[in-house]
Each structure stands twice: as structure tokens, then as C-alpha cells.
Design a protein around this ligand. Structure first.
Ligand code: G4P
Length: 287
């Protein structure tokens, strides 16, 4: 689902997270592995006020594995624990409680030295809409807990979910707004499905997406749509449109007179791209 973020929503979202921070030991920040910059909240450091946190690069099944690895190294250099996960299948999800305890090791060791039996680590998942927060909560809980599509400003009673013996999680995630101040960021979010077509026009999003794949993942595009005879020149808009038309032709988006319905073709292209049918891709790299 898509939330239109106005300043009032942002203030409320921020306040809600800051209220929850008082209850928890560690923040689990979810980013989209394909675009860790654009899917990151621009004020996150300020909002978290120094709370221990880890970064999970979710949807890593859809991202370019080599680029994801570069991001992990980048965050490590910044002194931040980060690792890739796939909430939909559960890859690496079992490492989250262990990593959370490691982040709090000093505090836990101090408690043990004083003879105190440390309680379960309390965590909060935060991230932008559609990054996979509810999927991850359900995965960690081992059952269906989080209602997908909760909105900032709508509160409900909070509960702790047990994740094994060592961790507890707030059942409602913290919802943050993405970094959409520049237009390319908006398009990247839209190509990956974090922003839906109701906000940006499907043809514009597909145009951006095709241009991107032409530049960086030509082989995947060529193979899927049979583009052996097509120009690779992503700077030439006619070449991009020719590919859009080819997608339409192959997917049967033809209207009377043999004309291609570009909007339908664009939606078909975006559906396939988001579902990983063109293979893995990343839209942002750290270096
Ligand atoms: P949110 O709470 O942060 O808003 O996100 P949510 O869990 O609702 O996930 C948004 C979409 O992303 C869902 O797909 C979900 O299945 C998908 N998703 C979450 N994590 C992963 C992942 O690691 N890999 C992949 N490939 N997809 C992931 P949807 O199409 O909106 O719904 P549905 O088709 O699952 O019903």
C-alpha cells in the first residue's frame, strides 16, 4: 500500500517511533537491498537517538548479490551491523536474535557479572512502507501477526511477540517515510514497487526502469524480450520506447490498428521486473 506523506504524517510517524524507543533495546532497520539509499529514511540517525541498531537488507533475493555484499562491507566500515535477509523465505532471519544480543553484549555481560539474569532483548522493526516489515514480523513470530498496511497515526494496542527465548519484538513496526526529495529517488522507489503507479505514471516508471536495465543489465533485458536487433542506447528515448513496444507486442498489449498500448505494456514490464523475472538487479551501489 502507498502512503502519501505530508509533514503532519511525518511528525506523527516520528513521534510514534520515539515513543516505542522507550520500550525497546534494539532497532531493526529494514532497507530494500536493491536501493539502500532511497529506501532509507533521511532523518533516521536523528530519530533513533543513538539506540543500538542493525540494518537488514531485505528482499536480497531480488538484489544483485555482488552489490549487496559491497553494501554489507560499506556498513561494516561505518561501524554498523548489517546483513542481507529475505523475509519472504526466511533466509538469514534466524540470525537476527543472535545479532541483537551481540549488539547488547556489553550490557548483558555487565548484568551477568552482577548476578542478574538478563531478560529477552526487546526489538522494534522500522522501515518505509512495502520494505517487508510485516512479512518479517510474521516470519520471526512463526505465525500471522502483523496486519499489512498499518498506517502512521493509527494506533492499536501493542503486544510483545516472542522470538525464541532470547528476543521479544513489538508487534507493530515503526513506519518511516522514504528519501524522495529528488526525482530519481522517486523513480527508483517506483520501479521496485515501494511507490505504486497511482502516484507516478506507469509509462514514466517503466521508461526509467527500461533505461536503467539498458545501461546496467542489458543481457537480462535482451534475453527476456528478444532484443538482439535492438539498440542499447539508453540516452536515446526512441530506443527506449522501441523496447517498450516490443514488450507490448510480446505480451499481447495490442489495440485496434495494431497499435501498442504503452500503458499496458509498461504495467506488464513493471510486474515482471518487480517479481524478479529479469533476474536480480540493484539500483544503488555504495561506491
Ligand atoms: P511492509 O509491512 O513494510 O509495508 O511490507 P510487507 O511486509 O507488506 O511487504 C511488501 C511486499 O514485499 C509484499 O508483497 C511481500 O510479500 C514482499 N516481500 C517482503 N519481503 C520480501 C523479500 O525478502 N523478498 C521478496 N521477494 N519479497 C518480499 P506484495 O506483492 O505486496 O504482497 P504478496 O504478494 O506477498 O501478498
Amino acid at each position: 500500500m502507498t502512503i502519501q506523506w505530508f509533514p503532519g504524517h511525518m511528525t506523527r510517524a516520528r513521534r510514534q517511533i520515539q515513543d516505542k524507543l522507550k520500550l525497546i533495546d534494539v532497532v531493526i532497520e529494514l532497507l530494500d537491498a536493491r536501493l539502500p539509499v532511497s529506501s532509507r529514511n533521511p532523518m533516521i540517525d536523528e530519530i533513533l537517538q543513538g539506540k543500538p541498531r542493525m540494518i537488514l537488507l531485505n528482499k536480497s533475493d531480488l538484489a544483485d548479490a555482488k552489490v549487496t555484499q559491497e553494501w554489507i562491507e560499506y556498513f561494516k566500515k561505518e561501524g554498523i551491523t548489517a546483513f542481507p535477509v529475505d523475509a519472504s523465505t526466511g533466509t538469514n532471519v534466524k540470525d537476527i536474535p543472535t545479532q541483537a544480543r551481540l549488539l547488547l553484549k556489553e550490557k548483558i555481560d555487565r548484568q551477568i557479572a552482577k548476578g542478574i539474569n538478563p531478560r529477552a532483548v526487546r526489538g522494534l522493526i522500522v522501515g518505509i512502507p512495502n520494505v517487508g516489515k510485516s512479512t518479517l514480523i510474521n516470519r520471526l513470530a512463526g505465525r500471522n501477526i502483523a496486519a499489512t498496511g498499518d498506517r502512521p497515526g493509527v494506533t492499536k494496542g501493542q503486544q510483545w511477540i516472542k522470538v525464541g527465548k532470547e528476543m521479544e519484538l513489538l508487534d507493530t513496526p515503526g513506519i518511516l517515510w522514504p528519501k524522495f526529495e529528488d526525482q530519481n529517488v522517486g523513480y527508483r522507489l517506483a520501479v521496485t514497487g515501494a511507490i505504486k503507479e497511482e502516484i507516478l505514471n506507469a509509462e514514466d516508471i517503466a521508461f526509467f526502469g527500461i533505461g536503467y536495465l539498458m545501461r546496467y543489465y542489458w543481457d537480462s533485458l535482451e534475453e527476456r524480450y528478444g532484443l538482439q536487433e535492438f539498440s542499447k542506447d539508453a540516452d536515446d528515448s526512441d530506443s527506449v520506447i522501441a523496447i517498450m513496444e516490443q514488450v507490448g507486442r510480446i505480451r499481447g498489449c495490442v489495440v485496434s490498428g495494431g497499435r501498442i498500448d504503452l500503458e499496458k505494456a509498461s504495467r506488464a514490464f513493471l510486474r515482471e521486473l518487480r517479481a524478479g523475472k529479469m533476474g536480480r538487479f540493484s539500483m544503488e551501489a555504495p561506491y
